[in-house]
Structures are given as structure tokens and as C-alpha cells.
Design a protein around this ligand. Structure first.
Ligand code: ZN
Length: 319
């Protein structure tokens, strides 16, 4: 479909002031080629009681929000649309307190849960992998950080980061929380994040050695014999790591727990990979598009992600 989105807040309010307008927009994004019955794949339907669609083939009733992150929501869709607009227009990311204030929500917990639902829509299902030359390194986040005030509400946690080279600058990134820096943790991350045949630039750590056998060209920079520091030799990935740490401390004021870290990494990646997009409306479009493409998630699941099998087995992060 043609990418159609509001360009500013005034247009958002004018276009999406009613439940019906929001539903129609969600339907166009979810079924760009027209209605598809989730049960039989039928393409003909008629409306029932306003919000439901009944399949002409099998009689099954569905709605445009069923099976999406808006499933069973009691909040009017225009409020969700305002939330998504606000989340995508905050350059440095969205905090639950900020969202609560902007929407006038009564509870902080609601705002917090909404942001977590939206973060799950920041990973595009089936996203493509990085290509070309890619710098990869690990870092610890959490604990007291040098040069940053305060500390993250997080035990020291290992995160591996991949940053695509774009001339002297940084292209797209991927990142993931890992349990250790062994080859068993590092190599699957690279395989999920970077196309084989690409050049992976790392330091001399042994955990990266098997990459060559997995179809990557592996470029190693040994730090010991160089006068330069790691951040000078692999400037892109170190720049990303510094920005990530500042973002966790700044926007989220360190209030990120271990079990939710992966979703914050998703949000950071979503924003970073679209940082040059001139139109905020386009980010809004992507978020809504992905919000109708990902499975619904319950509050219980958000609060206890460790209690269920990992939702995202390939939990590399959004494009
Ligand atoms: Zn059907």
C-alpha cells in the first residue's frame, strides 16, 4: 500500500479522531490486499455490529484488532494512536511517566504496560540482516557507569552489538543480551544478525574465531600491539555502545531491569536505525504497521517474561 501517514500532530488528530477512522487505517495496514479470514483465508466478509467482520466463507467472526497488540483493549483507539504518535516523535525515547502525563492516564502502570506492548511492535517480523562490513563487540551495561551519573537498576549484563559500516559513519545496528562471551553466545547472534559473506570486524577474542567457518570473512584487530584504544579501532560499535548506555541512564533513568532489557534494546535499535528519517510520521506508520503484525501480549507475560518460553527465539533487534 501507499505509505500514508500524518505529518504532524494536527493532522494526526484530524485523521484519527474517531474509532472508525483508526479501525479503517489498521485494516488497510493489516490487510493491504483486502480482508483475509484468519481461519479459512477467505477474502469476502461483511460487518457485524460495527466492529466485527464475519467471513462469508466460514462464518467466523474476527476484528481488525484481534490477534494484534490492541486485542481486548478497553481504551479507545484514538488514544492508542496518540500514544503511538508520542512514542515515535520523542527523539530520545519515551518514558512511562512521560506517556502518562501526555495522555492524562490515571495510572503509571498502564502507561508502563503500553510502552512494553509497543516495544514488542518495534521488532519487524522477518527483518533482513546486516550486510557489508560490520563491527561487532560486547559491552557490559548496568552497575555504576564511568562518566555517567547514577547507576542502572541492573546487575552487570553482557550485551553484544553489531554496527554496519556506512563509509565513515554507522549504518544499521543489531544488539542482544547474552549470558557470556563464549562462541556459543556470540556466533548465533552474528548468524541471526548479519548475512553470510559479509565482513565481520572484531577484536582478537577467541569467541569470534568460528565465524570464518560459518561463511563470514573475519577481520581481526588485535588491540595489544596497537597504540590506539578499542574505541578508535572500532569506532562505530563503540559509539553505539556509548549512546546505548547514555540512553538507558538518561531517558529511563537507569530504571531498567534485567528481564526487560531485551525490549529496551529493541526500542533503542528501532530509533537508532531510523534516526535519519526526516519524517516522524513515517516512524509512526512503521510502528502501527508492526503493531498489527505482532502477536498480542498479556500484562502477565510482560511482567514475567522469564516464566514463558522466549517470545522471540531469534531475538535480534528491530531494523
Ligand atoms: Zn473464513
Amino acid at each position: 500500500m501507499v505509505e500514508e501517514y500524518p505529518r504532524n500532530l494536527t493532522e494526526l488528530e484530524a485523521k484519527f479522531g474517531t474509532e472508525e477512522a483508526c479501525r479503517n487505517y489498521l485494516a488497510r495496514l493489516r490487510w493491504p490486499r483486502g480482508f483475509r479470514c484468519p481461519r479459512c483465508g477467505g477474502e469476502r466478509s461483511w460487518p457485524v455490529r460495527g466492529v466485527l467482520l464475519e467471513c462469508a466463507g466460514c462464518g467466523c467472526q474476527t476484528s481488525v484488532t484481534a490477534g494484534t497488540i490492541f486485542q481486548h483493549t478497553r481504551t479507545p483507539l484514538p488514544v492508542w494512536f496518540r500514544a503511538m504518535w508520542w512514542v515515535t516523535t520523542q527523539k530520545n525515547g519515551a518514558s512511562a511517566l512521560g506517556l502518562q502525563r501526555v495522555l492524562g492516564l490515571k495510572s503509571y502502570e498502564t502507561a508502563w504496560a503500553w510502552l512494553h506492548k509497543l516495544r514488542r511492535a518495534m521488532v519487524r517480523p522477518g527483518r533482513d540482516r546486516l550486510t557489508g562490513r560490520v563491527e561487532v563487540d560486547e559491552c557490559y551495561v548496568g552497575g555504576p557507569e564511568e562518566g555517567l551519573p547514577g547507576r542502572l537498576n541492573l546487575e552487570k549484563t553482557l550485551v553484544v552489538v553489531a554496527a554496519q559500516e556506512d563509509g565513515p559513519g554507522i549504518g544499521r545496528i543489531r544488539m542482544r543480551q547474552i549470558i557470556d562471551a563464549s562462541a556459543e553466545s556470540l556466533v548465533p547472534f552474528v548468524q541471526d544478525s548479519v548475512e553470510p559473506g559479509s565482513i565481520i570486524h572484531t577484536d582478537g577474542w577467541l569467541g569470534y574465531l568460528p565465524l570464518e567457518k560459518k561463511g563470514y570473512e573475519h577481520e581481526v584487530t588485535l588491540l595489544r600491539r596497537k597504540k590506539k584504544t578499542a574505541s578508535q579501532l572500532m569506532p562505530r560499535v563503540h559509539r553505539v555502545i556509548a549512546l546505548l548506555k547514555r540512553w538507558l541512564m538518561g531517558t529511563h533513568q537507569g530504571a531498567v531491569s534485567h528481564k526487560h532489557l531485551d525490549y529496551y534494546l529493541d526500542e533503542f535499535t528501532f530509533r537508532f536505525n531510523r534516526r535519519r528519517s526526516k519524517s516522524r510520521g513515517k516512524l509512526f506508520f512503521r510502528l502501527v504497521q508492526q503493531a498489527v503484525a505482532v502477536e498480542p501480549v498479556t500484562l502477565d507475560r510482560i511482567l514475567h517474561p522469564e516464566a514463558t518460553p522466549k517470545a522471540k527465539p531469534q531475538s535480534v533487534v528491530a531494523t
